[in-house]
Design a binder for this molecule. Structure first.
Ligand SMILES: CC1=C(CCC(=O)O)c2cc3nc(cc4[nH]c(cc5[nH]c(cc1n2)c(C)c5CCC(=O)O)c(CCC(=O)O)c4C)C(CCC(=O)O)=C3C
Ligand SMILES: [Fe+2]
Length: 371
């Protein structure tokens, strides 16, 4: 790796951390849900349920605090590495809104920023929707800074390694079942149609369905490393949480709670739930896993421990730095190393044409080969 220095980050003069956003007080909850679901046809009943999840935690999502902590860790890491790059925070669905942040960046004189999203996998929800929102924000900001979204990082060692250690720590908390415990990897469900159109066909004609393929790659790599560390091959599964939408629309299954029922029927006594689809312990993790799925496990008489998410693990923080330096080098015409582990290669800097199609029809998006 290059010795750190100010020139390393050229052509960038800022980093933007782009996330989902969440409410911070009870009065925020309903307007936040309206922002998220505008025009999405989510049944009112589901929205009331999800509102209750937030009210259970005082109307405050942990996600913004977690992102502020991540940004503080990145700022500290940049300072230690001699990287002189201001870090900005913008959200798709709540304050600080992306468009406001972009206006601030412009006023500060930012010309070209790398964009890190808190979403590791490919699908319309987890990648292209962020790119559409970047397009919209730039379109409404005259002379907006140029924005380069960093590649998806579900297979970056800086994401995988903290998850492996989290699984090992969780197994150690299951003294009676640690040898036979099942690893239950959990991610966000999405409509099966969105899953099928996720990713793009690559030059080798690889099929779509990137969302599930990427998760399987990450899951198998974590399980392989856990086996290497413990000498035991834990059986493992990929299951889903947080299904939304109309009941008549098929979403990825099985749901984590149904899966726990099945495992209990099979006589499994202990599980480690691994939130492989999430980079921090936001609402899906603290409600859907820690509250709901934990209650299911308890009712079934199973021992269950939830593994930690990457959060502010120093390796995850260093990954963000590496992704910025990698992309900066590529933009300078160099050929940087592109770390990737598991069965999938490092993803492209620019998304392919028609990548992760919007189920509601095409909308312009930044950061693709066809942008
Ligand atoms: C793939 C995926 C991720 C992971 C990638 C990423 O991180 O982006 C994610 C993250 C998140 N989703 C979140 C919250 C919500 N998602 C909803 C609705 C939906 N999510 C979907 C997918 C995803 N969502 C989909 C297909 C819908 C249906 C509506 C639509 O087609 O868009 C709804 C509406 C109510 C409901 O129906 O559940 C809420 C409130 C929060 C904030 C949590 C907090 O506050 O801590 C976060 C991080
Ligand atoms: Fe969501």
């Amino acid at each position: 790796m290059n010795p750190p220095g100010a020139t390393d980050v050229l052509p960038y003069d800022a980093l933007l951390v782009l996330s989902f956003g969440g409410p911070e007080k009870p009065e925020d909850v309903v307007p936040f849900l309206e922002n998220v679901t505008r025009g999405r046809g989510i049944p009112r009943e589901r929205l009331e349920q999800v509102g209750e999840h937030y009210f259970l935690f005082g109307g405050r999502s942990p996600i913004n605090d977690q992102n502020r902590a991540l940004i503080a860790a990145v700022e500290k890491d940049f300072a230690e590495q001699g990287i002189d790059l201001p870090v900005y925070f913008g959200n798709r669905n709540w304050d600080p809104y992306l468009a406001d942040t972009l206006a601030t960046m412009k006023a500060d004189g930012v010309r070209r920023a790398a964009v890190f999203t808190t979403s590791a996998y490919s699908s319309w929800s987890s990648c292209r929707q962020y790119r559409e929102n970047l397009f919209d924000a730039v379109a409404e900001t005259p002379d907006a800074p140029r924005l380069d979204k960093l590649r998806q990082y579900y297979n970056h060692p800086g994401f995988i390694e903290p998850v492996v250690d989290a699984v090992l720590a969780a197994l150690a908390e299951l003294p009676d079942e640690g040898d036979t415990a099942r690893l239950v990897f959990v991610t966000h469900s999405i409509p099966t149609e969105m899953s099928e159109t996720s990713g793009s066909t690559d030059p080798n004609g690889q099929p779509r369905g990137a969302y599930v393929r990427q998760h399987r790659s990450a899951v198998d790599e974590v399980a392989r490393r856990v086996k290497e560390a413990t000498g035991r091959a834990h059986r493992h599964d990929l299951v889903y949480c947080s299904r939304s939408g109309a009941p008549s629309t098929p979403w990825l299954e099985p749901d984590v709670n149904d899966h726990l029922e099945e495992l209990a029927t099979d006589g499994v006594g202990g599980v480690v739930m691994v939130p492989i689809g999430f980079v921090s312990d936001h609402m899906e993790v603290i409600y859907d896993l820690d509250t709901e799925a934990m209650a299911t496990a308890e009712r079934l008489g199973m021992q269950a421990v939830r593994a930690a998410s990457a959060g502010v693990d120093p390796r995850f923080v260093a990954m963000i730095r590496d992704l910025v330096l990698e992309r900066a080098a590529a933009e300078r015409g160099e050929a940087p190393e592109r770390p990737a582990v598991g069965s999938m290669p490092a993803g492209p800097d620019l998304c392919g044409a028609g990548c992760c199609a919007n189920p509601r029809g095409p909308r312009p998006a930044l950061c693709g080969v066809d942008s």
